[in-house]
Ligand binder design. Sequence first.
Ligand SMILES: Nc1ncnc2c1ncn2[C@@H]1O[C@H](COP(=O)(O)OP(=O)(O)OP(=O)(O)O)[C@@H](O)[C@H]1O
Ligand SMILES: [Mg+2]
Length: 265
Amino acid sequence: MYLDFYGLKQVPFSITSDPQFFFESSSHREALATLLYGIREKKGIILITGEVGTGKTTLCKALLDKLDHNIKTSLILNPFFSSVQLIQAIIEDFGIRPDKKNKLALINNLNNFLIDVTLKGGGAVVIVDEAQNLTPNQLEQIRLLSNLETSKEKLLQIVLVGQPEIIEKLNQPRLRQIRQRISVKYNLSPLREEEVAEYVNFRLKKAGQADVKILPQSYKIIYQFSKGIPRLINILCDRALLCGFAKEKKVLDEEVFRICVEELI
Ligand SMILES: Nc1ncnc2c1ncn2[C@@H]1O[C@H](COP(=O)(O)OP(=O)(O)OP(=O)(O)O)[C@@H](O)[C@H]1O
Ligand SMILES: [Mg+2]
């Protein structure tokens, strides 16, 4: 691999959603601020949308790092289960061991946990990623969880994160109840053209500041290819590093990127 060649400690443009590499672009920063506000102010259900590869999963993980320690979290990355299994997964990610696995017992366990957390001055949030895949039944189940409350306040904040198709899904008449509960929304945008170089250099630095130079004209090509979508930027830059390694070049110019784009499309 090219790590030694460039003096890197880690792969800089991996396609996993590692929060250690979280770059606060203007849109990611606004999304985080929106989430922190919605959770702190107990706004009920928060909806975050974003096109494929814009960084939704990475944002979810970055959020976990930013929340106060007295906020308990449950992160569901792949909600491909039945609605009972969904509650079970939520409970288990909170670290609760359910007594029984029927729906009523699970909800009781969750309720007791939430009351306990709230009495201690904390809060709880469930983050469901890939929420565009939730079935109407699961969405209805989530709405019911958002009903858990004491006479004073809601016990559980819910964050739904998904591709824009989720909006169409929520527009179905039978889902109007959950739709009405969504009081905070944010749509994550790709990086702006002027943020691309910053993003690329941020990741290189995080990976151990490489002995590699990307010439300024290259960023135009990176932007044209990726339209600012981080996953596409990563795919292209990883390829360019590999290409440079094969040619024993530590200075990557427009030409290298142009060849890589041709190979990728
Ligand atoms: N703000 C960011 N900082 C650093 N890397 C990012 C950021 N946003 C996205 N990435 C990178 O882009 C890639 C795709 O991100 P991620 O998997 O979070 O996107 P996604 O929106 O969840 O995609 P999908 O719609 O396919 O679920 C990952 O490699 C991730 O590390
Ligand atoms: Mg994702």
